[in-house]
Design a protein around this ligand. Structure first.
Ligand code: SF4
Length: 145
């Protein structure tokens, strides 16, 4: 493992985009970053700019209006970068599938590394997904005590 890989494993910066969701998934994402889960203890931090982020969390159906904006945000991230589609809408349109302005998932617009299903997924699933993606292994809760 290189020094950069080791450092990244201990410091995962996350940016999230609501690409036309009902807000349910975003509430769960924000819940994951509250003191209740305290993800900062394992190095996961929400950042205000995609330029600073390692991981992009995307929620929602990616409608026509958001498509180009999502591409722009993705291009602003530096390598290596990871994209996580959060919730049924981001995976394939969810309950809005078939509506006139709804896309068929984030992966039709930008490459996706990980899919977290659910409507909405729980904060535990979101945290597990981020860590699994970047570190290749979930955290051991006993190790953190
Ligand atoms: S998956 Fe469910 S909670 Fe998430 S944006 Fe879609 S409808 Fe809302």
């Amino acid at each position: 493992m290189t020094l950069k890989d080791w450092a990244r494993k201990k410091s995962i910066w996350v940016f999230d985009v609501n690409a036309a969701s009902c807000n349910g998934c975003d509430i769960e994402i924000l819940d994951a970053f509250t003191p209740r889960y305290d993800v900062e203890r394992i190095g996961v931090v929400l950042v205000p700019s995609p330029r600073h982020a390692d991981v992009l969390l995307v929620t929602g159906t990616v409608n026509a209006m958001m498509k180009d904006r999502l591409k722009t945000i993705y291009e602003q991230m530096s390598e290596p970068k990871y994209v996580v589609a959060v919730g049924a809408c981001a995976l394939g349109g969810g309950v809005y599938k078939g509506c006139y302005n709804v896309g068929h998932g984030v992966d039709k617009v930008i490459p996706v590394n990980l899919y977290i299903p659910g409507c909405p997924p729980r904060p535990e699933a979101i945290i597990f997904g981020i860590l699994k993606l970047v570190t290749g292994e979930p955290p051991d809760p006993k190790e953190e005590e």
